[in-house]
Design a protein around this ligand. Structure first.
Ligand code: ZN
Length: 93
């Protein structure tokens, strides 16, 4: 067993390996975006790359709780995050 970092999905609240989750970051303007490379500064929140979890997670109230500040959901929405993740996974291989 390896001690891989674990994070809690803000959609379903399950603890999963960090690598299996999408990282979200809150910009200075309060707009939440997917942190594609996992390197953006600031507090991150994590969510499963699944429609059910993203649908729950990408609400202003849920994000505000996760980031402890008022947040705007990503303008692109859950579908774009899912699509982006699929594209990026392919590009890395
Ligand atoms: Zn989840």
């Amino acid at each position: 067993m390896t001690a891989a970092p674990q994070r809690t999905c803000i959609g379903c609240r399950k603890v999963r390996p960090k690598a299996a989750l999408v990282r979200l970051v809150r910009g200075a303007d309060g707009r939440v975006q997917m942190d594609d490379g996992g390197r953006a500064e600031g507090r991150g929140a994590y969510v499963c790359p699944e429609p059910g979890c993203l649908g729950k997670a990408l609400h202003a109230g849920r994000l505000g709780h996760a980031f402890k500040r008022p947040c705007e959901p990503p303008a692109s929405g859950a579908a774009a995050i899912l699509n982006g993740r699929v594209v990026n996974d392919k590009a890395r291989r």
